[in-house]
Design a protein around this ligand. Structure first.
Ligand code: UDX
Ligand code: ADP
Length: 456
């Protein structure tokens, strides 16, 4: 068996993961392939204008690209030349037919499996990296090994990195999970993938952090972990509404709750609700799975996590509406941040999208600003493009003559802006709705702003 690695899918998961795999395994050749030519061109661009923004990513790509990391559109050649294939293609929520709005759309994934089968002449280890419903590995195995002799071993190696901290998470993960069939061939394949994560001469992930399970446990764990985290965000947001109604302060409540070591302080930040490519998709997947197995009460339970999240964005718009005297027509709102969280340009499922669309229906003028996500914002909102929707890279310009600033993303630079200057340039009374509770509300009030926060 050779040590070469190919990853099919050069997206948010495949790109950063393989950059770090290549860095930590200088003795292996790593090839990342994609059907999207412009994406591969961006990964290969001379000036390192990579297709995604992730702190620290560009430095690693500079270090290894052309040495042992390669980006290519020649998928078939890459499959032929390696024995370990990671699959990181997109599996969005299905928007048609059975399981519409809940199940994963597996067409890209199945096309990939069929292509691997067509091209591969020698035995291969196929490693699932995309989030897939439980038991997909079995389906992949069935496609790959149909009319064959068990040439393919399918493993599940879900990715736990969070965007914005992907490189840190990859270099120093809490755990790596590898699920494989409990057969001699399966266990050998798991060992081969463990070796990748150990890095050359064991310099990467310590053995004790590499957890191995059967395939189905691995597949389910990814959904379960994301559903638990999403549930925590919905729970804290549900409590935030109650704080606003009663005069309690969600940050105080979270601080004290988090001091209980059984609860812990992380993931207790109230805000505009969760976004990103994983949480909603994975919870919906879990709902669909529960339903398929007749576990209707469990399905309903997890659905509430999404319902609560949607409600949070509606609540934000209602509060803004009320604070702006129940009329928004012809007023101007500057939206600070469109990315689903700080340190990423990713806008998939971002709460800002929902809020902007709700506000747009009120005929308000909107100026959207974001340090990394403005291009994605323009694409996402193309269907509602009008003179009333402006994209402005300078936050000061976005806020000029505005009636309100609506902070949707907790970018580190927002608290450091010259808020006195912003106040002067706005129409009065000037409002700041800080949905991330990331600004100094006391200082803003001193400047003359009316300030709204989530959960207080
Ligand atoms: C998540 C998981 O953390 C990661 O393990 C998995 O591999 C992919 O999904 P990601 O979506 O990149 O990662 O971001 P994460 O930091 O988990 O945040 C998700 C959303 O929850 C963001 O919109 C964030 O703003 C929100 N959030 C998070 C809160 O509103 N409050 C919190 O306390 C934490
Ligand atoms: P993720 O967040 O899961 O990484 P992305 O959408 O960022 O998802 O990336 C998935 C990538 O997979 C995209 O760049 C897409 O072009 C690629 N892709 C989808 N289907 C195939 C395929 N059959 N062969 C190669 N690449 C594919």
């Amino acid at each position: 068996m050779n040590k070469n690695i190919v990853c099919i899918g050069a997206g948010y998961i495949g790109g950063p993961t393989m950059a770090v795999v290549a860095k930590m395994n200088p003795d292996r050749k790593v090839v990342v392939v994609d059907i999207n030519k412009s994406r591969i061109a961006a990964w290969n661009s001379k000036n390192f204008a990579l297709p995604i923004y992730e702190p620290g990513l560009v430095d690693i790509v500079k270090e290894v690209r052309g040495k042992n990391l390669f980006f290519s559109t020649d998928i078939d050649k890459a499959i032929r030349e390696c024995d370990i294939i990671f699959v990181g293609v997109n599996t969005p929520t299905k928007m048609f037919g059975r399981g519409k709005g809940r199940a994963s759309d597996l067409q890209y994934w199945e096309a990939t499996a069929r292509n691997i089968k067509k091209i591969a002449k020698t035995p291969k280890i196929v490693v699932e990296k995309s989030t897939l419903p439980v038991r997909t590995a079995a389906a992949m195995e069935a496609i790959l090994n149909s009319e064959d002799d068990g040439k393919f071993t399918v493993l599940s190696n879900p990715e736990f990195l969070a965007e914005g901290t992907a490189i840190k998470d990859l270099l120093n993960p809490d755990r790596v999970l590898i699920g494989g069939p409990q057969t001699p061939a399966g266990l050998a394949a798991v060992r081969a993938v463990v070796d990748i994560y150990r890095g050359q001469q064991g310099a990467w992930v310590p053995e004790k952090k590499i957890l191995t399970t059967n395939v189905w446990s691995a597949e389910l764990t990814k959904l379960a972990a994301n559903a638990m985290l999403a549930q925590r965000v919905s729970s804290i947001n549900a409590l935030a509404g109650l704080c606003e109604a009663t005069g309690a302060d969600i940050e105080e409540v979270a601080r004290v709750m988090g001091a209980d070591h059984r609860i812990g302080p992380k993931f207790l930040k109230a805000g505009p609700g969760f976004g990103g490519s994983c949480f909603k998709k994975d919870v919906l997947n879990l709902v669909y799975l529960c339903e398929s197995f007749g576990l209707h009460t469990a399905a309903e339970y997890w659905s509430q996590v999404i319902k609560m999240n949607d409600h949070q964005q509606e609540r934000i718009v209602s509060r803004l509406f009320k604070a702006m005297f129940n009329t928004l027509a012809n007023k101007k709102i500057a939206v600070f941040g469109f990315a689903f969280k700080a340190n990423t340009g990713d806008t998939r499922e971002t709460p800002a999208d929902t809020v902007v669309r709700l506000l747009n229906e009120e005929h308000v003028r909107l100026a959207i600003t974001d340090p990394k996500a403005l291009d994605n914002a323009k694409k996402d909102l193309a269907d509602i493009a009008s003179d009333a929707l402006a994209f402005v890279s300078d936050p000061y310009k976005a806020a000029k003559d505005a009636d309100a600033v609506l902070v949707m993303t907790d970018w580190a630079e927002y608290p450091t802006l010259d808020w006195a200057k912003i106040y002067k340039s706005m129409r009065k009374p000037a409002l700041v709705f800080d949905t991330r509770n990331c600004l100094d509300a006391v200082a803003l009030r001193k400047l003359g702003f009316k300030v709204l926060n989530v959960g207080k």
